[in-house]
Design a protein around this ligand. Structure first.
Ligand SMILES: Nc1ncnc2c1ncn2[C@@H]1O[C@H](COP(=O)(O)OP(=O)(O)O)[C@@H](O)[C@H]1O
Ligand SMILES: [Mg+2]
Length: 243
C-alpha cells in the first residue's frame, strides 16, 4: 500500500520561484524514504505540501489514501512533522514540550515511554534552551511522535549535529521503522540516505531525477559509493541545465 502518492505537483511561490515542477513521488507504507537533493532543490517545499502546511498550484496528492486538500483535517491527525529548524518551546521543559504536543492530538500517548525511547529521563525537567543540539533534536523527534503518527516527516533531521549525535539519531529512526511507522526524510547528506533508506529519490530543481535503492544509484554510475554517484549525477544535470 502507498503511504504517499504525489502526482505532477507544481508549486510557484509569490516571488515567482517555481519550487516544484511536476513532482511525482510514491512512498510505500512502512519504508524509510529519503528525498535527497542539494540546497534549493525543493525538499522542504515537498514536505510542507505533503503535510498540509502549504498549498500547491496543481497536481494530485494522496496521503494514507486520502486526497489533499479536502482530507487535511484527517491527515493531520495521522502524521508527525519535525521541521527543518525545530526549536520547540525553549522556556518549557522537555516533559512540558511533549505534553503540549501530545495535547494537540486527541490520542492517548504515554509520555513516559516517549521519554524512555529517546533516553531523555535525565533531561525531562530541563528547559529546552539548556539542551545540546543532539538532545534538542531528540525532543523534536519525540514531539513529532507525540500524536502516535503513521507517517513521520523529518526535514533534514541531522543538520548541524556532531557525528555521534547523528549516529544515535539514525539508530532511533531505524527503530521507528521497526514499529511500523513510515518515515519520510529529506537530506543533503549522502551517507544518511545510504545508511537509512529503503528508497532514495533524488530531486533537483523541483523535479525527480533518480529513484531507486541506494545501491542502484551507485551501480548506475559505476561508483564505489553514493557520494561519488550523486556528484556525478549533479554534474551531468548542471551540464544539461546550462545548455
Ligand atoms: N517561502 C518561500 N518564498 C519564496 N521562495 C521560497 C520559499 N521557500 C522556498 N523558496 C524557494 O524555493 C526553492 C526550493 O526551496 P526549498 O523547498 O526550501 O528547497 P530545499 O529544502 O531543498 O533546500 C528555492 O529556490 C527557495 O529559494
Ligand atoms: Mg530545506
Amino acid at each position: 500500500m502507498l503511504a504517499i502518492d504525489m502526482k505532477d505537483v507544481w508549486k510557484t511561490y509569490k516571488n515567482g520561484i517555481q519550487a516544484l515542477k511536476g513532482l511525482n513521488l510514491q512512498v510505500e507504507s512502512g519504508e524509510i524514504f529519503s528525498l535527497l537533493g542539494p540546497n534549493g532543490a525543493g525538499k522542504t517545499t515537498t514536505v510542507k505540501v505533503m503535510s498540509c502546511i502549504l498549498k500547491y498550484d496543481r497536481g494530485n496528492v494522496k496521503v494514507l489514501g486520502k486526497e489533499l486538500p479536502d482530507s487535511c483535517g484527517e491527515i493531520l491527525r495521522e502524521v508527525g512533522i519535525m521541521p527543518q529548524e525545530f526549536q520547540g518551546f525553549t522556556d518549557l521543559t522537555v516533559r512540558e514540550n511533549l505534553e503540549y504536543f501530545s495535547k494537540l492530538y486527541d490520542k492517548e500517548v504515554n509520555i513516559d515511554s516517549l521519554i524512555d525511547t529517546f533516553e531523555l529521563k535525565k533531561y525531562e525537567n530541563k528547559k529546552l534552551r539548556e539542551l545540546s543540539g543532539g538532545y534538542k533534536r531528540r525532543v523534536g523527534l519525540a514531539s513529532a511522535l507525540a500524536g502516535d503518527p503513521k507517517i513521520l516527516f523529518l526535514d533534514e533531521p541531522t543538520v548541524g549535529l556532531d557525528p555521534k549525535a547523528r549516529r544515535s539519531l539514525w539508530d532511533i529512526i531505524k527503530g521507528l521503522k521497526e514499529k511500523g511507522i513510515t518515515v519520510f526524510l529529506t537530506t543533503h547528506y549522502l551517507d544518511e540516505a545510504e545508511k537509512l533508506s529503503d528508497t532514495v529519490v533524488v530531486i533537483y530543481d523541483g523535479r525527480v531525477v533518480r529513484r531507486g535503492k541506494p545501491g542502484e544509484i551507485i551501480d548506475e554510475f559505476k561508483k564505489e559509493n553514493l557520494e561519488d554517484a550523486y556528484l556525478e549525477l549533479l554534474k551531468n544535470l548542471e551540464g544539461e541545465n546550462n545548455e
